[in-house]
Design a protein around this ligand. Structure first.
Ligand code: HSE
Length: 341
């Protein structure tokens, strides 16, 4: 559902690596049955399976896994809920949907004994949802810090390392398929706030709602700020942090921050993202890779599809509980100050 950058990438990857993906899925066959989009794609090899009617998917008993890459809450929420209700597993790259409605959709999936997976919703091609929920499951987490938006990291890098104007750097990010349809959600830190909300929910066990996070974006960052950072041995990055406070609440911050050049987050440039996870057994673990773009994000989507294939009639148990009002605190960090990461 949604044949834009990520959806078309997922279809392409499924086609290009079909034999390898089929083998890994441990199924006898794995076929793309429908593509839902408002647009027509004349001449596309996918034209025969293109539909404008969601019911073609919902009512097809042969379709057991649905991929949602439409973005936005409506109608994605209604479509995803209907698919889960109908006993289909759902894979999504939609961070807005997971950040707002993740708890409800996970519960619905649980009640129907199907899977709701969203590795592609944070960090593009970087594995981070599965590592936090599985590989690092033995740890209590203290803090997560990350550069979670490819567009803003690309813009900051192009502006301050290559002397490109803000407008030109944004256009480049759009041409490369990194930016959101409305790029102000990248620039203003809203996309980053959604992603850190998902990671914080997963790591700390209760829903962090993005409405409770107060992001500061990058539009106010000037060359003078970058010079001042360099004088202090730092670089400027749009940084997201989530930290468990002593009283159990979670402090979630998104702001342009000075990061010391000795930090592993400092050299993360261009479209690359990185996430630093502090576990009480592992100490620091860092995940690094392309945080946006067609094929890296498609890689995460198809990995989830493979996981759904391996869990037909059973569920991967992961998720989080709902939270009480006041669980998330935000707005305590100032922009353009040295961050402890
Ligand atoms: N607009 C997002 C970014 C896409 O630039 O990181 C990936 O979530």
């Amino acid at each position: 559902m949604g044949f834009g950058t990520v959806g078309s990438g997922a279809a392409e990857l499924l086609r290009e690596n079909h034999d390898h993906i089929l083998k890994n899925s441990m199924q006898d066959s794995l076929e793309l049955t429908h593509i839902l989009d408002l647009r027509d794609f004349p001449g596309s090899p996918y034209e025969p399976i293109l539909t404008h009617d969601f019911n073609d998917i919902l009512n097809d008993d042969q379709t057991g896994i649905v991929v949602e890459t439409m973005g936005g809450i409506h109608p994605a929420y209604e479509f995803v809920s209907a698919c889960l209700e109908a006993g289909k597993s759902v894979v999504t790259s939609n961070k807005e949907l997971v950040a707002e409605k993740g708890c409800q959709l996970l519960r619905l999936a649980e009640s129907k004994n199907v899977n709701f997976l969203f590795e592609a919703s944070v960090g593009g091609g970087i594995p981070i949802i599965r590592p936090i929920s599985q590989c690092l499951a033995a740890n209590e987490f203290g803090k997560i810090a990350g550069i979670l938006n490819g567009t803003t990291n690309y813009i900051l890098t192009r502006m301050f390392e290559n002397g490109v104007s803000f407008e030109a750097a944004l256009r480049e990010a759009q041409d490369r398929g990194y930016a959101e349809r409305d790029p102000s959600s990248d620039i203003d830190g809203i996309d980053t706030a959604r992603k850190i909300s998902i990671l914080a929910s997963l790591a700390f066990g209760k829903h962090v709602y993005p409405k409770d996070v107060k992001p500061i974006g990058i539009s106010g960052v000037t060359e003078a700020d970058v010079k001042r950072a360099a004088e202090q041995g730092c670089v400027v990055k749009l940084l997201a942090t989530a930290e468990k406070l002593r009283d159990g609440r979670i402090d979630v911050e998104v702001r342009p921050a000075f990061i010391r050049k000795t930090s592993p987050l400092a050299p993360v440039s261009g479209v690359y993202n990185a996430i630093l996870v502090k576990g009480n057994a592992t100490e620091d673990v860092m995940f690094y890779g392309r945080g946006a773009g067609k094929m890296p994000t498609a890689s995460a989507v198809i990995a989830d599809v493979i996981d759904c294939c391996k869990h037909v009639g059973t569920r991967k148990f992961f998720g989080w509980e709902d939270s009480e009002p006041g669980y998330t605190v935000s707005g305590n960090a100032s922009a353009l100050e040295i961050a402890d990461v």
